[in-house]
Design a protein around this ligand. Structure first.
Ligand code: GAP
Length: 454
């Protein structure tokens, strides 16, 4: 996939209501993005899938939802005030600002002007709390969601009665004043993270690290990313973040990287760094005391830290497909049905009241079970194409025969196969399809159910 492909994906996102530039009517705000009606559904489905996989289905992971602004000392303890910076250079001529590690030559890549010395630029957004702007009121927008989980460690242990090993998870906004935000939503200044901090005995860290890395790779496959689209890459010692003893990135082959891979998620061995530092700076005891063995110590942490926006972007890029059908080009978003923003389209064959009314009743029936979309404008072919472009896995057509025989036609987005079935069996059939995600087998099962002697 190429940069050209990326342009098409960005254009589809805007045209179909996945992602808009923030503050567009004012010329846009660089590096901030708004998710439209379909984008928010896709994003929510991804977040729900993550939450279910990480929190709901496990007895030893609990969730939290914490504040974005926290006590500023937290960021001194975490090391972000001193160390969370990127090397930056300015151009003396055009005043452009660049990450020093993005510059290959000696001069400004935009205008050829002279560059300043490299300086460290802290990526945290500062603001003031309360009516007076003075140094004592300085607070930060959190640059990662996990510190609030560390500072709540003792609260969670006492209230949820967890024993090691256990985890705390959160999905929430983070903010980084990136020097060069770019590549659509890939590097933004406001973004969402889905993070899980897994507390364990230090000697078990290596084992849990491998476990969580494998679990996260499995999940990316389950939400539909093709195996060849992502890979892992371990950080060299020179790249490790200041808190990490070991880090492996899960990377995706983003089209704008010309065949290269970019970070989707990091799995980190954070050791005892965070709890020790927060304990030192707050003066509070963040040791873990096992309620059975009475041992007291600071647990180590294995972290899985993914970007929601990067995951949405990866899903959009991976799903984008151009095909030729009967000599015509079709664009289809091949989302995994579980995360598709619209699950079922209900389409009357034409805009005739005798079709529209019963089709609307079918839509009401299906809507109780699945996210649906009812569309009666333009030709049926164009409506199918529109649903393909937003990745709707199944479309149900109500035609003139449906009035008499009480049957509808269901069309499969990927194979383009169609099947006709009684309206009373429709929800059951769709349920089976979503469960199995296999068109032919589901159709065969349905035939056997409706003709038990066959
Ligand atoms: N708590 C550890 C941590 O925050 P990170 O590698 O700095 O680790 C984790 O960030 C994930 O957050 C990244 O893998 C990426 O998906 C996402 N992320 C980081 N900076 C981002 C940005 N500027 N825009 C969008 N996503 C970002």
């Amino acid at each position: 996939m190429s940069k050209d492909m990326m342009k098409k994906i960005v254009s589809l996102c805007k045209r179909r209501g996945f992602v808009f530039q923030s503050s567009e009517i004012y010329g846009g705000l660089q590096s901030c993005w708004d998710y439209g009606p379909l984008g928010v559904e896709l994003k929510n489905n991804i977040k729900k899938s993550w939450w279910k996989d990480i929190v709901s289905r496990r007895h030893n992971i609990v969730g939290m939802d914490t504040s974005i602004i926290m006590h500023p000392r937290i960021w001194e303890a975490s090391g972000h005030v001193a160390e969370f910076s990127d090397p930056m250079v300015d151009c003396r001529k055009c005043k452009g600002r660049f990450r020093a590690d993005d510059i290959t030559g000696e001069v400004c890549p935009e205008c050829g002007g002279e560059l300043t010395e490299v300086r460290q630029f802290n990526l945290m957004f500062k603001t003031h709390m309360g009516p007076v702007e003075e140094d004592t009121s300085t607070v930060y927008l959190r640059p990662e969601t996990c510190q609030s989980l560390f500072v709540n460690f003792q609260n969670v242990v006492t209230t949820s009665r967890q024993r090691l090993p256990f985890g705390i998870a959160q999905i929430g906004k983070s903010f980084r004043n990136e020097i060069t935000p770019r590549n659509f939503t890939f590097r933004s200044r406001e973004f969402e993270q889905m993070e899980m901090e897994f507390f364990c005995r230090e000697e078990k860290t290596a084992q849990w690290f491998e476990y969580w890395l494998a679990e996260r790779l499995r999940w990316y496959g389950e939400i539909g990313l093709r195996q060849e689209s992502f890979r892992t890459r371990e950080h060299g010692n020179d790249e490790l973040a200041f808190y990490a003893k070991k880090a492996v990135d899960i990377e995706f082959k983003f089209p704008f990287l010309d065949g290269d891979f970019g970070e989707l998620e990091g799995v980190h061995d954070r050791g005892v760094h965070d709890l020790s530092r927060q304990m030192e700076f707050s003066g509070e005891d963040l040791n873990y005391t096992d309620r059975i063995t009475k041992e007291k110590f600071i647990p180590a942490v294995v972290e899985t830290s993914g970007g929601v926006d990067r995951c949405v972007l990866a899903v959009l890029c991976d799903a984008y497909t151009e095909e030729e059908v009967d000599g015509e080009k079709r664009v289809v978003m091949k989302f995994n049905p579980d995360i598709a923003p619209i699950k079922v389209a209900i389409l009357p064959l034409s805009k005739k009241p005798e079709l529209m009314e019963p089709a609307a009743r079918v839509e009401q029936m299906v809507r109780r079970h699945f996210d649906t979309f009812y569309d009666e404008t333009q030709s049926i072919g164009r409506r199918y194409r529109r649903m393909d472009e937003v990745g709707t896995p199944y479309a149900v057509t109500f035609d003139f025969d449906s009035i008499k025989d009480k049957q509808v036609t269901v069309r499969d987005r990927d194979s383009l196969k169609q099947v006709r079935l009684p309206i009373e069996n429709l929800v059951g059939f769709l349920d089976d399809l979503f469960e199995k995600k296999e068109w032919d087998e589901t159709c065969r099962n349905m035939e056997q159910i409706s003709r038990p002697d066959a």
